[in-house]
Design a protein around this ligand. Sequence first.
Ligand code: G3I
Length: 450
Amino acid sequence: MRRTHAILSVLTAGALAAAAVLTLSPSANAATTLGSAASAKGKYFGTAAAAYKFSDSVYTGLLDREFTMVTPENEMKWDATEPSQNSFSYSSADTIVNRAKANGQRVRGHALAWHSQQPGWASSLSGTALRNAMVNHITNVATHYKGQLYAWDVVNEAFSDNGDGSRRSSNLQQTGNDWIEVAFKTARAADSTAKLCYNDYNTDGVNAKSTAIYNMVKDFLARGVPIDCVGFQSHINSASPLPSDYQANLQRFADLGVEVQITELDIAGSGTTQANTYANVVKACLAVTKCTGITVWGIRDSDSWRSGDTPLLFDNSGNPKAAYNSVISAFGATTSPSASVSPSASTSSPPNTGGGCTATFSNNAWTGGFVTTVTVKAGSTALSGWKVGITLPSGAAITNSWSTTASGSSGAVTFSNVSYNGGVAAGASTSFGFQGTGSAPSGTASCTAS
Ligand code: G3I
């Protein structure tokens, strides 16, 4: 018995040691992208795209690899598609649509009727002439793209920002209050396949503008005016921060029975604050079943209409930022190395046979820097909080982190849960990450329920 026990003890210890030393996180070999992380949760992840940048291989490499939805940034707008009355030009937009289709990506059309970016001939029209020109424009463009688009932004930004829920004063509004429903009916008559969306900004929380849109959608649905979705542009900055009722606002539109789509997301800022805000947008969309996806308004910071705010997920060189990793983590995925870098083995504390937790991590490492994504898994009992210990190699330093609070930036670092990810159901997981300079961590990650 004693000898048998001794042999069993050795075998057991060996098994435990093996489990603790090399547990490659499943994603270490998966090619995780924004699109694949979102798809795993039944959502799309898209970007605005500019055809004139298609000769830039860094741009097209990211466009083709990371996204599952594409919105032409300017190429489908009135001034681009009908530069002179009743003379249509689709070449730039078709370039984007054809590339997306070749990549298996879907396309959002943007935008059929808008007060801005009208061609000169249209902006000088009024009354019946403008109304007829709008109907003709929508009919021709929606017919040209019939069957090719997931959705249209049929009408863009028709409500004012003056805080009283009124319509924006524009030449289109002056053709009559019914211009919006006429636009939707015209689009539906031309294309019965695309989802028809109303799209606007400064509507991310419950406010006079979003409530006016809510009431319009409710009225349209009651009267059978065709509308399928509402787009929330979500241009976030210090003047328009992500509101605390963002999710509730999305949910109230979803409860009307329409899809909600985040259509032009960009978040001014940098580092952990920006990363956490992106994560909060993802979490809100995940919490609303009818939130079908998120589109960021550009790929690299330098591609943004407001590049000075560094608001996007990739830096000017096309490197993923902390915000990129926090989006991946918020979808519950873990970043995997790009083709040019090899992943480090992740390690974990001994398998969890009882309560407590285990931690596995994978690295995206390159010369001089790394991103580490850590997955915390609850054991047989739920967690209400956790602490993960990782020792960084000498010379390595954490530059930012997301979905965690780090005790320090070098050496032995303890990572604690934040307010929204301390609770983990038995057997479930949550993830956090950090970026740093120097060599990526290796060795054993400890995990303690707290
Ligand atoms: O194509 C011309 C080019 O020929 C000319 O040399 C150049 C210099 O004037 O202008 C180019 O057109 C510019 C166009 O982007 C294409 O690059 C326009 O000037 C410029 O005003 C236009 O800006 C776009 C803006 O909409 C127009 O309102 C931005 O790229 C685009 O990101 C932005 O996107 C809007 C959404 O459509 C609606 N929601 C708000 C969002 C941000 O404003």
